[in-house]
Design a protein around this ligand. Structure first.
Ligand SMILES: Cc1ncc(C[n+]2csc(CCOP(=O)(O)OP(=O)(O)O)c2C)c(N)n1
Length: 335
């Protein structure tokens, strides 16, 4: 990996990168906690947690060029979306379905990300429905001779669907500038990986399409960054797709409507907490003397203030007006 250059113009050295990654991961975790608290207070009908996926999101988002690349994210990619330019206010307006929601002005379920301005492709409630669309974006990039890459994330459960196989096959044939990233947290709601597929690694499937498949520790943001960087450079060179499989763990239930005690033990969840990327990366930053008690307190305070501000803003933000119900649905082109 060439550490002399960084895709993000705001990053010029590895120390700044590490701190920016940690900040994005911590902000995502604190926003996530606030959403679950709001949910229990009767605000927001449906929470989808990013807890456990933050390192993957922060790792890959910094490897892309946020000024021109396209994002078709996995639904748990909050940290990536914060790097990409969504603000905490955007996130909580999306969560509460307010008119200021960038993903659809209050018409989308939470974690169905989207922003025309930021080139974030809208997620479908039909799992992996966005994967063929991401490949279509990559085809358009190639056709227009744009120097852009599309990042496409999905889960292990989603990876078993036919449209994912068709997308990978098509992208391989046409050597499209797309990176596929399976965020494997071991479960599709309550269904464990062993009941979804007979292979150990989703990445093994890449050989069947004719492009590289790489397994990476999705709880380590620098490992994800390095792997993503190589795949993105390959796509930009015109050599075609890569399938990255980021091994992660989902700490909370599938959504706020799920009861995970019915399909996994508390011991398993506690054991996985030892690998919590917030904990391990924080320890690394302390060891590297990039973080100490004083700077960590300042960071936590800054993040708490941003989350408080976003919650006040979103709770008081206007709802979608009845008169605007069909706007953007029947295509007036303003969305
Ligand atoms: C086509 C389709 N089938 C089933 C569902 C219901 N569903 C919603 S999320 C989900 C599991 C997705 O698992 P995975 O892709 O591994 O992502 P994770 O939520 O674990 O991050 C399922 C089955 C759906 N939304 N769409």
């Amino acid at each position: 990996m060439n550490l002399q250059t960084f895709p993000s113009p705001a990053i010029t050295d590895i120390e700044t990168l590490e701190l920016a990654m940690y900040r994005a991961m911590l902000l995502a975790r604190r926003l996530d906690e606030r959403m679950w608290a709001l949910n229990r207070q009767g605000h927001g009908h449906f929470a989808v947690s990013c807890a456990g996926h933050e390192a993957t999101g922060a790792g890959y988002a910094f490897a892309l060029d946020v000024t021109r690349d396209y994002l078709a994210p996995q639904h748990r990619d909050l940290s990536a979306l914060l790097v990409w330019g969504l603000t905490p206010r955007d996130v909580l307006c999306h969560y509460l379905g307010k008119a200021a929601d960038p993903a659809g002005a209050g018409r989308q379920m939470y974690a169905h990300w989207g922003s025309r301005r930021l080139r974030i492709y809208s997620l479908s409630s039909v799992m992996s429905g966005h994967v063929p669309h991401a490949v279509g974006i990559a085809l358009a990039s190639k056709y227009r001779r744009e120097d852009t890459v599309t990042w496409c994330g999905f889960g292990d459960g989603s990876s078993s669907k036919g449209d994912v196989h068709e997308s990978m096959n098509f992208a391989a044939i046409h050597k499209l500038p797309v990176v596929f990233c399976c965020e494997n947290n071991g479960f599709a709601i309550s269904v464990p990986q062993s009941k979804q597929m007979a292979v150990e690694n989703v990445a093994d499937r890449a050989a069947g399409y004719g492009f590289p498949g790489v397994v990476v520790d999705g709880m380590n943001p620098l490992a994800v960054y390095e792997t993503a960087r190589a795949a993105i450079e390959r796509a930009r060179r015109g050599d075609g797709p890569t399938l990255i499989e980021a091994k992660v763990y989902r700490y909370l239930p599938h959504t706020s409507n799920d009861d995970d005690t019915r399909y996994r033990t508390r011991e398993e969840v506690e054991r996985a907490r030892e690998r919590d990327p917030l904990k391990t990366f924080r320890a690394q930053l302390y060891a590297e003397q990039l973080l100490d008690e004083k700077s960590e307190t300042a960071l936590e305070n800054e993040i708490r203030a941003a989350v408080d501000d976003a919650a006040d803003f979103a709770l008081n933000a206007p709802e979608l007006s009845a008169a605007d119900t069909f706007k953007q649905v029947y295509g007036d082109g303003s969305g």
